[in-house]
Design a binder for this molecule. Sequence first.
Ligand code: GLU
Length: 297
Amino acid sequence: MAYVGRFAPSPTGPLHAGSLTTALASWLDARAHGGRWLVRLEDVDTPRTIAGAGELILAQLTAHGLEPDERVQWQSKRTASYEDALSRLSSANLVYGCACSRQVILQALAAQNTPPDRHTTARYPGTCRDRALNAARTGLAQRLNTKGAEAIEWQDRRAGSQTEDVHGTVGDFVLRRADGVWAYQLAVVVDDAEQGVTHVVRGADLSDNTARQIFLQRCLGLPTPVYLHTPLVMGADGQKLSKQNGAESLPTVDPIAGLRRAAASLGLPADVMPQVTTPYPLLARWIEAWKVRWIDP
Ligand code: GLU
């Protein structure tokens, strides 16, 4: 099987130490397998997308020596494929329209005595599942019916065996929001399949989406890639670094410092070759270190 990997940032801000680490990990894994590495800009969530952030991320990747092997894909141009997937699921009676606001969902859960934890996605209690709301009505979210689904079992290359009962944890999840925005779950599954992605390497904060994505792959008859969720990069405050808590954009003028820091968080020898001023010798050295640390320890 020819290896195809990808880095799939959302252009909601520039690349920062955390997202550079994911980019480096997926690039190294692709190179270590002699595979191809793709970049896909996940700009479906239009309200959160920041103008110019996608172009900036691409420039930052180039400055760090991480260049995609194929033309960059933008999810905002891929609506036809998402429509097609949604209509295939609808034809199989796996989708229904949902009129519930967040408030209504929380009230229903409270009434069932199962209010969500503060840090987890509220499980959808299935309120609209059997209501057969008119599909032509606008302003409905589209949800995937998970009732009766078996627990999903999958292997993470780092964390090992995982199992999740999607119906019990998140319930019928959204494929397209009421405002028409395509859900991350649907877009990522359709795109990974269309781009022939065989290996997903991404941050551990996305790990709990994997069972939903595998469930969706099965509903659509698509193959499941191999998954590796890399450890999260923590800020000085012990919190995960993210655009939300103000992780700083990486300067393109000093890519070496950023790369060394990313390599250190992946357990690679960050301080080798102290004199180098361009990324390439370091990257070449780390491909070998990656094999030892993450492929054949
Ligand atoms: N676009 C997602 C993010 O930036 C990552 C998607 C993925 O790697 O599956 O959080």
